[in-house]
Design a protein around this ligand. Structure first.
Ligand SMILES: Nc1ncnc2c1ncn2[C@@H]1O[C@H](COP(=O)(O)OP(=O)(O)O)[C@@H](O)[C@H]1O
Ligand SMILES: O=C(CO)[C@@H](O)[C@H](O)COP(=O)(O)O
Length: 500
């Protein structure tokens, strides 16, 4: 029996998943690491924490595997990684500063400068994406402006999982699905954009060589092999961005397939075979982890995070299940209470780092459960704005695969079916993007002839939620009210910035 390992380098933790070639889960281990938030809007992590905890989870998997199989039957390891984070290395490949993460919003000025210098249309035509605070190029320009000495010393930039893979193998690479989120990649032509690098004074050598997601990146260094117990000959394959891997693990590998993922952030993701559709930058347009395929995606920055924040503040000692008990008994609309999930700004459809969240319509009859339901509905309304963009562009969205923490609660899944007005299905294995990473490893190692063949063995749908027409109608009216909150709170939120 052959085995593969998928590693998901997330925002709050790293998870390693051991699967056999039959698609059975044979082990998993998770370890957390902290966020460093020095100022409002800043979000950083220590790359060495990722490496340390990845070593630990692999060590744990190997220890539990002993006696059950041979280590040389582990034929591949691959990655899923939190996107966009900037890691800078010097000439001797030492980390120059903490990584600046995807949810760090310090770069509004750099985004404006990108448009002023290069023009929005030019950026869109090359990278297929708008300049957003979370992306990597604005972070590089922030370092160039605020830490010029350090920028001068940088010899290469890396994305989070690419750095961990470098520490595992000693080889420096990136791959297309993550590179697409840097704003430095010519997405249709799959190469670093010389034009953008030249405009912004970025040396070509700062951009690492690119691989396909299933491409072979190297074998383990003797040190990494010693520290984890894995054989030094173990093959490592490039891996993909977390959303690309989430999509692979949910079998979003052909036209017409749509994904809803509610993790810390939330995404609505749609498979694209073509590189030339025009969404005018309203949604992200990235290379898939499948060769020569793409996906479009709308992002709600604080999706699951809004609910976790609510629990942390108002039900700290309880489990998520306890907090959400009874939410299904409350009528859609939470008795006239609306929530917008802009706890740390927003991306789709309002790229706005300054907007903040609101509860509107608070009444003395509202209980904590009404607030919890309003939070879940607000997150789902926000994701529906991405679905609306896709539908307005002519896409048919009738079935949505729901994954992530948000897919754990049946009331939330029914709410998704009602608000999205679509059939919602769940997966039989809730392993998140680590499953997509394991599929990439299995395909890279040659266990399957294609990603789709592997996904067929590794994944299957489980439950189905059909829209309830009465609720669909009710939510359609509430959604129209929800959409009025952003424009009517934008100016107030901007003025409140000086008090934060
Ligand atoms: N039992 C639950 N019911 C509903 N939502 C949940 C539950 N447990 C976690 N969540 C939501 O899922 C989110 C975490 O999802 P996950 O996919 O693990 O995120 P990430 O990979 O970004 O860390 C939490 O922020 C929370 O909102
Ligand atoms: O910024 C994006 C996508 O563009 C995020 O999806 C991050 O890649 C990480 O998200 P979580 O999986 O931690 O929610």
């Amino acid at each position: 029996m052959k085995y593969v390992i998928g590693i998901d380098l997330g925002t709050s933790s790293v998870k390693a998943l051991l699967m056999n070639e039959l698609g059975e889960v044979c082990g998993e281990a998770t370890k957390p690491y902290p966020l460093i938030q020095k100022k409002a809007g800043y979000s950083e992590q220590a790359p060495e924490d990722w490496v340390e905890q990845t070593t630990e989870v692999l060590k744990e998997l190997v220890t539990r595997f002993e006696g059950k199989g041979n280590l040389d039957d582990i034929v591949g390891i691959s990655f899923s990684g939190q996107m966009h984070g900037l890691v800078l290395l010097d000439e001797s490949h030492e980390v120059l500063r903490p990584a600046i993460l995807w949810n760090d919003t310090r770069t509004t000025k750099q985004c404006e400068e990108i448009y002023q210098t290069a023009g929005r249309e030019r950026i869109l035509s090359i990278t297929k994406n708008p300049a957003l605070e979370g992306f990597t190029l604005p972070k590089l320009l922030w370092v160039k402006e605020h830490e010029p000495d350090l920028f001068e010393r940088a010899s290469v930039f890396m994305l989070p999982k690419d750095y961990v893979r470098f520490k595992m193998t000693g080889a420096i690479h990136s791959e297309y699905s993550d590179a697409a989120g840097t704003l430095l990649l010519d997405v249709p032509n799959k190469k670093w954009s010389k034009e953008i690098c030249d405009i912004f004074g970025i040396k070509d050598s700062l951009c690492p060589p690119l691989l396909e997601s299933h491409g072979f990146a190297g074998t383990l260094t003797p040190e990494f092999s010693r520290n984890t117990g894995l054989l030094a000959e173990t093959k490592v394959f490039a891996g993909g961005a977390d959303n690309a891997c989430g999509a692979i693990g949910a079998n979003i590998l052909s036209e017409g397939a749509t994904l809803c993922s509610i993790g810390t952030s939330g995404v609505i993701l749609s498979y694209e075979a073509e590189d030339d559709l025009d969404f005018g930058g309203l949604v992200h347009y990235f290379n898939h982890g499948k060769e020569d395929a793409f996906y479009t995606m709308g992002v709600t920055l604080s999706a699951g995070y809004s609910l976790s924040w609510f629990k942390e503040q108002f039900a700290k000692e309880e489990t998520m299940e306890q907090l959400l008990a009874g939410v299904e008994d409350i009528h859609p609309g939470a008795n006239g209470l609306l929530f917008t999930p802009y706890l740390s700004g927003e991306r789709t459809p309002h790229p706005d780092a300054k907007i903040r969240a609101s509860f509107i319509g608070v009444d003395a009859t509202h209980t904590r459960a009404h607030f919890a339901r309003a939070v879940m509905e607000g997150i789902t309304f926000s994701l529906n704005e991405s679905i609306e963009i896709f539908r307005e562009k002519g896409k048919t969205i009738d079935t949505i695969v729901s994954i992530g923490g948000g897919a754990k609660n049946p009331a939330w899944l029914q709410m998704q079916a009602d608000i999205f007005s679509a059939r919602v299905v769940t997966l039989n294995k809730e392993q998140g993007p680590a499953l997509g990473a394991a599929i990439l490893a299995a395909y890279g190692a040659g266990l399957f002839a294609s990603l789709a063949e592997c996904a067929k063995v590794f994944t299957a749908y489980k439950d189905e939620y059909m829209p309830n027409q009465e609720n669909v109608e009710h939510y359609r009216k509430l959604y129209a009210l929800y959409k009025k909150v952003y424009p009517q709170t934008k100016e107030i939120c901007e003025s409140l910035m000086e008090y934060r």
